[in-house]
Design a binder for this molecule. Sequence first.
Ligand SMILES: NC(=O)c1ccc[n+]([C@@H]2O[C@H](COP(=O)([O-])OP(=O)(O)OC[C@H]3O[C@@H](n4cnc5c(N)ncnc54)[C@H](OP(=O)(O)O)[C@@H]3O)[C@@H](O)[C@H]2O)c1
Length: 330
Amino acid sequence: MTQNFQALVLQQQDGTTQASVQTLTTADLPDLDTTVEVAYSSLNYKDAMALTGTGKIIRQFPMVAGIDLVGTVVECKTGQWKKGDSVILTGWGVGERFWGGYSQVQKVKAEWLTALPQGMSPQQAMTIGTAGLTAMLSVMAIEEAGVKSGKVVVTGASGGVGSMAVAILAQLGYEVCALSSRPTENQAYLTALGAKEVLAISEWQTKMSPLAGQRWAAAVDVVGGPILAQILSEINYLGVVAASGLAASTALDTTVLPFILRGVRLQGIDSVMCPATKRNTAWQRLLSDCPSAAYAQVQRLVSLAELPQLATEMMAGKAHGRVVVDLKTS
Ligand SMILES: NC(=O)c1ccc[n+]([C@@H]2O[C@H](COP(=O)([O-])OP(=O)(O)OC[C@H]3O[C@@H](n4cnc5c(N)ncnc54)[C@H](OP(=O)(O)O)[C@@H]3O)[C@@H](O)[C@H]2O)c1
């Protein structure tokens, strides 16, 4: 392991967040029990918020952002992991309250780590990352609600969670309808991931019906706001909506009608504090149910220095698939 390494460090100056690639040593890292040599990280919506100083994601500076990482254990003082183990870390407040994955070396807590599933490459793990884990937790929620087939609508479809959800649901045999704010631009991409239909989200933004015609067996929603409210009103009897995001809005102005007249279930999804057992199940399911062809479609490989610009684009709703950060060459 190198003595000096590169990290993207966030600092606050005059109330604005500045990101710069800096050279650190292990003495700069937090005093946590497990040292990991990081191979890849990724860019999630929350990382974009942190890098652009949106929504007070980071409260303590300096901070190394990056809510995801995959790498190799260098040292584990608890004995839970041995040197050379391949591990994944997503969530647990890493990249928010604790230093995260935008560093070639990082110190973390042993209990936050998940073993990289055998047969999954580190690069594939970060193509999945928090976004793919959230997509899989959404799919598992749909299955747990008893919806095993039928039409499923996915919002924010061309983003990280949306892209992964489209690919997994299509692989499992659901009929996927992708909702996008850029349907023409994303038609070929979403169709290649397995969407049967690509629809313009603008169609939903103008509708405001408390109980509309039944249209979907289930939904994966990452945008919230009026679109989530409208989708709830279109879910079939005993259908389910897995809601994980706020890309459009944190508000939800709805009525009880879908719930009391159709038994519709609104299932919240949280990947950050998701218990270890469920995480392990989700990662194994990602190994078996994420179509390998999707990785190449979804992934874009970048360096640490490119992240601030990409974060600005993501906050402007221009994200496409998953951005994977290569720490080996950064
Ligand atoms: N609960 C959890 O554990 C969890 C985990 C991961 C992410 N999330 C949340 O899920 C959301 C998506 O995350 P992500 O990483 O997939 O982000 P992302 O890659 O930026 O994708 C979000 C997508 O939503 C659409 N979108 C963006 N702004 C919009 C707007 N104002 N109105 C309507 N659609 C909009 C865009 O897709 P189109 O161009 O196709 O419309 C965009 O690509 C975020 O809110 C994030 O915080 C939650």
